[in-house]
Design a protein around this ligand. Sequence first.
Ligand SMILES: [Zn+2]
Length: 333
Amino acid sequence: MITIPRYIVVDEGRDALYNILSKLRLKNPLVVVGRRTKKYAPDFDYLYYHEIELEEEHIKKITRGYDSIIGVGGGRSIDIGKYMAYCSGIPFISMPTTASNDGIASPVVSLGQPSVLVDPPIAVVVDLDIVRKSPRRLLSAGFGDVISNITAVLDWKLAHREIGESYSESSAIFSKTIAEELMDYVLRSNSLSQYPEKLIKALIGSGITISIAGSTRPASGSEHLFSHALDYLKRRYQLDVDSLHGEQCGVGTIISSYLHCKEGNLQYEDMENIRSSLKKVGAPTTGKELGFEEEILIEALSIAHTIRRRYTILREGISRERAEEILRECEII
Ligand SMILES: [Zn+2]
């Protein structure tokens, strides 16, 4: 069964929210916010996400009496709100205040690895003025999460070819086109004046491809495994690095596209376009810009295939020696 958002409003989102709530006959939502996004929250009961204990019984207790959850913010408020709605069996409305990852419209809850597939938001309501004013760094990171669709789709196709994994050409094309259109715009535009609007639409589209495919395959491949490996190493060695998911995925996309170029699945020119477009939106394109030591990047690439069972261009894994060579060859270190 495919479930996708019923209402998507990008522009005057805050005004549209009340209309959507009445269409959905929802009267008593509970809002989940962060400290910085509280000012954008609609006027209903609210909780700060960092004060919520993520235990199922506890969540059911605190959501009792509410008919829906609204997540207002960037990453955590949306993820936690989505998870609370899932645990309580009530609809979730996503009100992103920035565009840093595709969780804003997807059925994925990423509170750890492995991520959980739940129902997607019933509505995605975006006020573009708020997104435009959001930190530049978050808007750059979002580009990394969109562009990763290119290598995610190549990995998916490879898994179909080599191990017979089920594959949907329509989901793959949808996902890849979203990334390529945004990349073309970034490379062509001088002012990038429409960038926030195009970016948030691309992230919403990415989330929908995940709903249609019923898997994160169209938007998550080896570049995401690399990013998850970096997150794992950050925790393991308690590293003081504040790199964002989308930033790590962007660098991961350069690495994965290089590996696909070497096997003839992609042109080197495409890989350079990925790198230049990331640079143009101000996203990191090297390990140093992400804030990691070379050793950590090498370890991440050599353990990335172990993070989850997902067949990608990394196949059974890459030795540390080879990982180092690859990272040097594609100029990440
Ligand atoms: Zn992602």
